[in-house]
Design a protein around this ligand. Structure first.
Ligand code: UD1
Length: 417
């Protein structure tokens, strides 16, 4: 059990390097298996999910190791196409191995994924698309087995721009005969990152980052290196922490475009935001103004993963903020915990209404999920007195050295394992 101890009230000052993106790293690690190549990945965060995906690669017969923030993979010796339940359970993104293994082996066996408890997380869009490409898929309880003697390129129309489904299709399509076109694809920066990695592998892919992605071809490069993009959700979290606690923080190594919607909201709330190509400076007097309505949407809309941390930053913002969560059905699990700090939040279905309070007081909380736990830390930094958060390993799934990075900015926080 991780226990976070936070004594709120310190302003955050200084510069902070933002880690590489977890959600870009995981599909790229899975993508490494599509052809027998050696990949060197840089700027990979040291996180449990990354470790879990490297263990999946080793189980499949590949060599895979992480040294600091570099990951070295040799997928030449891959010898397996089945992933045991215990490894699948550790993270939801393991479902991406379905498309990757289909591409490499024409066969994949795995069980339904684990991950955060954010409500129903079906994979029907993934399965329908792979079936349309010619895969035969059998579902038996939680077990899925897919086979395709030859995948066929085709025109796919996604009913919703699912990030995971778009990634799975891109991977499978690298081995398909002919051209695959994904209409209504997800446009997240992590999709464009996967596209770039696949191009370095020698695949022909166009349009990633737009809603129409064309995949024409096969990997052929035996060696490649790729630097993982910065984590826009971690960057958003630090920006929200500076906004909530007050201070002057420069985020380095980020791409401000990737989280401009979050920065825009913080600006409306009264923060000074200054961007260069690779950095963002957030200045906040600690007293914010409510921002009216915020709706989460697929990229380039406001990201659902930043919703809990933004909510935490606005708990003391003067006036009323209304959040509408459109992506996940159960993404307000942090709310009852934030209320224990004195927050005035009411929820009804997809919406949460926040009335800014004058002060928050430290309390004992329980982390509910990855971003919900991060939200509690952000709120604790802006609360008076001590906040203690019991956390069953949620927050460290997504944040590398979160406590020491916040401490370096002046926060009074420590993590007890
Ligand atoms: C990814 C991110 C996650 C982020 C989410 C939305 C990773 C590892 N995770 O998750 O942090 O919150 O994008 O930005 O990159 N859906 C279906 N059927 C499907 C697939 C999805 O109904 O086959 C629904 C989901 O239940 C959910 C919504 O679509 O309500 C979004 O899911 P999706 O975009 O697929 O998210 P993930 O790839 O799981």
């Amino acid at each position: 059990m991780d226990i976070w101890h936070i004594r709120g009230g310190n302003r955050l000052e200084g510069a902070c390097f933002v880690q590489g993106s977890k959600n870009a790293s995981l599909p790229i690690i899975a993508a490494a298996v599509i052809s027998p190549a050696r990949s060197e990945l840089m700027n990979v965060p040291q996180l449990r999910d990354v470790d879990a995906s490297l263990r999946i690669l080793r189980h499949l017969g590949c060599t895979a190791e992480q040294i600091g923030n570099d990951v070295y993979i040799d997928s030449g010796p891959l010898a397996e196409n089945a992933i045991p339940h215990s490894l699948m359970l550790e993270m939801r993104s393991s479902v991406i191995f379905m498309g990757a293994l289909l591409a490499r082996c024409g066969e994949a066996r795995l069980s339904l994924p684990g991950g955060c408890q954010l409500g129903r997380r079906p994979i029907d869009i993934h399965l329908a698309a792979l079936r349309q490409m010619g895969a035969e898929i059998e579902e038996n309880g939680g077990e899925i087995s897919c086979r395709a003697v030859r995948l066929q390129g085709t025109q796919l129309h996604l009913p919703f721009p699912s990030v995971g489904a778009t990634e799975n299709i891109m991977l499978a399509a690298t081995a398909a005969e002919g051209e695959t076109v994904i209409h209504g694809a997800a446009r997240e920066p992590e999709i464009a990152a996967l596209g770039e990695y696949l191009r370095r592998m020698g695949c022909r892919i166009y349009g990633d980052g737009t809603d129409t992605i064309v995949i024409q071809g096969h990997a052929c490069e035996p060696e490649l290196s790729y630097r993982i993009i910065p984590d826009r959700i971690v960057a958003s979290t630090f920006a929200c922490a500076a906004a909530a606690a007050g201070g002057d923080v420069e985020l380095r190594g980020v791409d401000p475009e990737h989280f401009s919607t979050v920065l825009h909201v913080l600006k409306r709330a009264g923060c000074d935001i200054m961007c260069t190509k690779r950095s963002v400076r957030v200045r906040s007097g600690g007293q914010l103004t409510a921002v009216g309505d915020i709706c989460t949407r697929p990229y380039p809309g406001f990201p659902t993963d930043a919703q809990p941390v933004l909510m935490a930053a606005l708990l003391k913002a003067r006036g009323r903020t209304v959040i509408t969560e459109n992506i996940f059905e159960n993404r307000y699990r942090q709310v009852p915990e934030l209320r224990r700090l004195g927050a005035d939040i009411s929820t009804s279905g997809k919406t949460a209404e926040i009335w800014g309070v004058d002060r928050l007081r430290g309390a004992s909380l329980t982390a509910t999920d990855l971003r919900g736990g991060a939200a509690m830390i952000v709120a604790g930094l802006g609360a008076e007195g001590e906040t203690v958060i019991c956390d069953d390993g949620h927050v460290t799934r997504g944040y590398e050295h979160f406590d020491s990075r916040l401490r370096a900015l002046g926060a009074d926080i420590y993590l007890e394992h």
